[in-house]
Design a protein around this ligand. Structure first.
Ligand SMILES: Cc1cc2nc3c(=O)[nH]c(=O)nc-3n(C[C@H](O)[C@H](O)[C@H](O)COP(=O)(O)OP(=O)(O)OC[C@H]3O[C@@H](n4cnc5c(N)ncnc54)[C@H](O)[C@@H]3O)c2cc1C
Length: 433
């Protein structure tokens, strides 16, 4: 009999399946879509001159502190396909740019030179920011209420001004956690700042895949028996999973399905599914007739677009808007017009370039809203159904909804399954600090 069946071939399911197969267990994975990677995937899209390039669902990046995701990439043999960048570019409307990069001082002071030379913050704002970062450093282990207050209320309590919140805190944290600061549990904001920016001098480095996302995960098929276009229609602890009307049994099962799918499959599970409400991300792909920038990426201050990434020597940019509720009601053309109008303020060459093609992806269910109080409702890997275990970025991974959170949840589920099957193993790597 198959040792384990994994439902869902997103990052969480792939992490669970890869970890279990490394123990020599026979693992089958059922994925509803034709490709692996779930939300972090890529697919062929009509391109220029009749080509169909593989484009990412939306640009996905990681930070060097994502140790479990990097471990999964090593296991899949694709770690070399991620390029890490040491410089972040904060660009003001009008094009003035400040670089954030580590300097000569050790952590947690490694950004001192960058902040001192940054033009997008005034001197009093820099002093206020330094004070809040010091408070965060000291309060992170001491305060007990960080999961029950919002990040915004904590920032206001630290005397951060609206412009400083907008230009630094919002720019960094909303991109990472995908909810506005007034909805974000302070615990998540603290974690991102601590692990990504303060704990170590290189943990902030940003990893950008060199290949389409789908190619990172395709390697999993070598180790695991993957069945694509195979949606799980029903689950029964005795009979197993039902796919296209046929039952498949195993000794253990991992659901790595999104919360709303699991709620439909097993509505009786004691999980407060309604607590997991979705937050959108919009990705915008723009192809120009010429190079419009030579920067590898940049974050745009005071506007709707948060980030751009340079995909093909400045001729193809992908833009990301996190917590993109304001774009939900806009038409595709309105989104493109807004993106072009904003980009022209930061990258003047966009005004002279001709747009050859555009593609807009509105992911309405990109991540769950990491609100105060939600952490206690995220279920762990073990369920009351003895042979069923849970994974997925929405489960209790210790991280917000990210690829790192998804891998952590997959590894935790694999640990629980390995114990259940009498082959206890440890996969989860501890955070860097
Ligand atoms: C637009 C966007 C941008 C993002 N940017 C980033 C980023 O830059 N960095 C980052 O770390 N994270 C980012 N994220 C979040 C990240 O993509 C997710 O947290 C992570 O990929 C979730 O993985 P998962 O495996 O838990 O879920 P999913 O990726 O949702 O995987 C679930 C899988 O289950 C499959 N499935 C559903 N129903 C069935 C069924 N009945 N039977 C079988 N299979 C089924 C689905 O097709 C899917 O493949 C982004 C997300 C989005 C949407």
């Amino acid at each position: 009999m198959t040792d384990a069946i994994v439902m869902g071939g997103g990052v969480a399911g792939l992490a669970a399946a890869t970890a279990l197969s490394s123990l020599g267990l026979e693992v089958k994975l059922f994925e509803a879509k034709p490709f692996l990677g779930g939300r972090a995937t890529s697919y062929p899209a009509p391109g220029l001159a009749g080509e169909t390039p593989e484009i990412d669902n939306c640009q996905h990046i990681l930070l060097k502190c994502c140790v479990n995701l990097r471990d999964l990439y090593r296991r899949l043999g694709v770690a070399g396909e991620v390029e890490f960048h040491r410089e972040f570019y904060f660009i003001e409307p009008g094009g003035r740019m400040s670089k954030l990069a580590r300097g000569v001082l050790p952590a947690p002071l490694h950004f001192t030179e960058s902040f001192l030379s940054a033009t997008y913050l005034s001197l009093p704002e820099k002093a206020l920011l330094g004070r809040a970062l010091a408070a965060l450093y000291w309060q992170r282990k001491r305060r007990r209420d960080l999961d029950s207050i919002s990040m915004l209320s904590w920032l206001e309590g630290q005397g951060q001004t609206p412009r400083l919140i907008q230009r630094f805190w919002r720019q960094v944290l909303v991109s990472a956690i995908n909810v506005e600061l007034d909805e974000m549990a302070a615990a998540h904001g603290f974690q991102v700042l601590w692990l990504g920016f303060l704990a170590s001098a290189d943990s902030y480095e940003m990893g950008v895949p060199r290949v389409p996302l789908g190619q990172l995960y395709a390697a999993a098929s070598v180790r695991v028996k993957v069945q694509a276009k195979a949606a799980v229609e029903a689950f029964d602890a005795q009979r197993g999973v039902c796919v296209r009307g046929q039952w498949h049994a195993a000794r253990a099962y991992v659901s790595a399905l999104p919360a709303e799918r699991l709620a439909r499959l097993l509505p009786g599970l004691p999980v407060d599914f309604a607590a997991f409400t979705p937050s959108p991300i919009t990705g915008i792909h723009l192809w120009f007739d010429r190079a419009v920038t030579d920067l590898p990426h940049g974050t745009l201050l005071d506007r709707t677009i948060h980030w751009f990434y340079n995909k093909e020597q400045g001729r193809y940019l992908t833009l990301v808007v996190s917590a993109a509720d304001v774009l939900l009601d806009k038409s595709r053309q309105e989104v493109i017009d807004l993106a072009l109008a904003e980009l022209r303020e930061f990258l003047p060459e966009v005004g002279r370039a001709k747009l050859l093609k555009a593609h807009v992806v509105k992911e309405t269910r990109a991540t769950f809203r990491a609100r105060p109080g939600l952490e206690a409702k995220r279920p762990g890997a073990v369920t009351p159904v003895g042979n069923l275990f849970l994974a997925g970025d929405w489960t209790r991974s210790g991280w917000p909804a990210t690829m790192e959170g998804a891998v952590r949840s997959g590894y935790l589920a694999a640990e629980a399954v390995s114990g259940f099957l009498g082959r206890p193993a440890h996969f989860l790597l501890p955070d860097i600090a």
